[in-house]
Structure formats: C-alpha cells, structure tokens
Design a binder for this molecule. Sequence first.
Ligand SMILES: [Zn+2]
Length: 143
Amino acid sequence: MADKTKNDDQDTRLSANELQEFRKLLHERRDKILSSAKDALTLTEDDSLRMSDEVDLASAEYDAAFEYRLRDREKHLLKKLEKALKRIDDGEYDECESCGGTITKKRLLARPETTLCIDCKEEQEKVEKMYEKKRPYRQPFEF
Ligand SMILES: [Zn+2]
C-alpha cells in the first residue's frame, strides 16, 4: 500500500528485510555496550581491591565520578537503541519524529539510533549553535 507517489529514492521506505537487518544491528550495538559496561565494572572492582591499603581518596573520587558519567552516557545511548528497536516494532523506524518524513537508509546506516531525518537534524544543530553563541562560557565536558 504505497501512499506516497514520489518516485524519489530519498523517500523509499525500508523493506521488511531491511528492517530485520537494522534490528540485528541495533541488538548488536546494545549487546556491545552491555558487555563493555560489565568489563568496566569488573575492572573497577579489581582496582578498589588493589588500592585498599593506600587510598588516594581524591583521585578515587575523581575516577568514580568519571566512571559514573561514562556510564550515564552509555545509558543514554542504550535508551536510544531501545527506542529505535521499539520504533521498528511500531513500524515507524524510518519515520522522522519531527516532520514525519522518511529517514533515508544511508542516514540510518550511519546513525541507526537516530529519530530525525537529515533536514530536521541539521535544523536542530543550527538551533543548538545559535544557543551556544548566546552563552559566552562553554562547558568543558559535553555530557
Ligand atoms: Zn524530519
């Protein structure tokens, strides 16, 4: 049931097979984050055992904060991946969240977790840049 009359390549929706491929890709990315998060956790435990005698509290606290931020970032990406998987289930994976247009396959291959078409993404970045210019001080870390 094609409701779009445009013959443009850009507007071609993904086939069921392609959606399956993306589902696999998203699952792989999710698994990779989960297993590397597990590795990081094991490493932290080892480290805390090793420095149980002479604890450099300041640096230990810094490490913990950094670790926490990192995990926060991973959590954020995980959420995006979960959302993308749900969007596949709902049949709206290649549908732009903002304008309702089609997200191209090329863009989805580059950013499988995206929910915006390239036009809306560029628009969003433009707005973000304007916002940054208004603020004289930039944050040292972008988390
Ligand atoms: Zn859009």
